[in-house]
Write a protein that binds this ligand. Structure first.
Ligand code: SF4
Ligand code: SF4
Ligand code: SF4
Length: 404
């Protein structure tokens, strides 16, 4: 009765709206039915089934309205957008499409608000939108985590390779020796620019992302199979990279000021030393990584560049943070097990701090393996350099190197 009364008041626009509502509800029903088939968790699949049934019920409501006014309903065909969403969900998982589905559901709910009736559909649609938003948030987080686990190594290889070959193409020595050479000879191009941007300016807000995502030395070494090390060697080994740093500095100073060597920054000579330097780095890295069964052994004990990065990344705005209440109940400790830099992540979280270690390379492996809603990358203000590191079994459990 209520329906025919409103039809009498504005029959054409009402029927037009009823038809578009019927189409929208059918599309949503088809989409959620596809979600039911794709969802692996039975609990979650049940929720999608409830949503699909609700949308079907709404579609039938509008169908009845249209039929009661002798409106000719065509055979339903899902919209292109629905088809694309289903394809994306099949290809890449629900995590990618749920936020979009939640947005569409919210738009539908708002559309019903404007129509001011029928109220039970308005309420259902808003509830569905809220549920999808919640599921979408969780699934999207999981999707991002899976992506991090899958793409980090290829991305590292791609960016590292690109930068390496750019150095070759421009014949610049952008090894640390190239930097020293540039500074001593006041040739502020190539290496100096590279260090200024990549190792000083970027780490100030974004920490050691260079090491996690762009370094060409690590790009190769990270392809070795030793993703999880047994922990750090004792403290005396940590000074080796300082030795390396100052030996390189002394050697370049001797060449420039002692032997008046002035052609090492750019051109054939620069390229030659860049390649020789890299080969030596890689060779030492491969031997050390295999010997210690740790892909990041070179970064931990040999790389002189890490000394610059350790200082410039201290005030970084981007660090990993966590929720202490969720972390306290976790037994897996998967974060520390998979952290390539052997950082005792829970030790920071339980103290209510972000991961303040300046050995953190922002690879986000810990975020990817941690249970939902516990670890996440975050922006904030704090001073890094407080290192809580996992040591090899022969050492005390945790080494607390304050402000190292
Ligand atoms: S520590 Fe050195 S070798 Fe390792 S990723 Fe950073 S810059 Fe590259
Ligand atoms: S995996 Fe996450 S929840 Fe578990 S100990 Fe690590 S930070 Fe805490
Ligand atoms: S703390 Fe997390 S982001 Fe930092 S190095 Fe370890 S796994 Fe990577």
């Amino acid at each position: 009765m209520a329906i025919s009364k409103q039809v009498k008041q504005k029959p054409k626009s009402y029927l037009k709206k009823a038809f578009s509502n019927w189409q929208a509800e059918c599309n949503s029903a088809v989409l959620y039915q596809a979600f039911v088939k794709l969802e692996r968790s039975p609990k979650q699949a049940k929720l999608y089934k409830q949503l699909a049934d609700l949308e079907e019920k709404h579609a039938n409501y509008w169908k009845n309205v249209l039929v009661s006014h002798n409106y000719a309903i065509p055979v339903f065909k899902p919209r292109r957008r629905t088809q694309v969403l289903i394809w994306l969900a099949k290809r890449f998982g629900l995590g990618l499409v749920l936020p979009q589905a939640a947005k569409l559901e919210q738009l539908e709910a708002e559309g019903y608000l404007e129509q001011l009736e029928p109220s039970h559909i308005q309420i259902d649609e808003q509830a569905s939108a809220n549920l999808l938003k919640h599921l979408g948030h969780e699934e999207f987080n999981e999707f991002v985590k899976k992506i991090i686990l899958r793409i980090r190594r290829p991305v590292l290889l791609a960016i590292g390779g690109l930068l390496f070959f750019t150095s070759i193409a421009t014949a610049h020595n952008v090894q640390i020796e190239g930097l020293f050479f540039g500074l001593f000879t006041a040739s502020f191009f190539g290496a100096v620019l590279h260090y200024l941007i990549g190792k000083i300016i970027i780490p100030l807000p974004f920490g050691r992302v260079w090491c996690g995502w762009a370094c060409w030395t690590a790009a190769l070494l990270d392809q070795l199979p030793y993703k999880k090390s047994a922990g750090w060697l004792p403290k005396k080994w940590h000074y080796f990279r300082y030795l390396h740093f100052f030996l390189s500095l002394a050697l370049v100073a001797l060449m420039v000021f002692g032997f008046k060597f002035r052609q090492g920054g750019l051109g054939q000579t620069a390229l030659f030393w860049f390649l020789v330097g890299n080969l030596v780095y890689w060779l030492v890295g491969v031997i050390l990584d295999i010997r210690l069964k740790d892909n990041r052994a070179f970064c931990k004990y040999v790389c002189p560049i890490s000394l610059i990065l350790k200082q410039t990344s201290r005030p970084a705005l981007l660090k990993v943070s966590g929720d202490a209440s969720s972390c306290l109940s976790c037994k897996s400790q998967a974060c520390t097990t998979l952290c390539p830099m052997d950082i005792d992540i829970p030790a920071y979280i339980k103290e209510g701090k972000r991961v303040l270690s300046n050995e953190c390379i922002l690879c986000l492996q810990c975020v990817a393996v941690c249970p939902p809603n516990t670890l996440e990358p975050s922006f904030g203000l704090d001073w890094g350099g407080e290192n809580k590191l996992e040591l090899r079994k022969l050492c005390p459990k945790t080494l607390n190197l304050k402000q190292s």
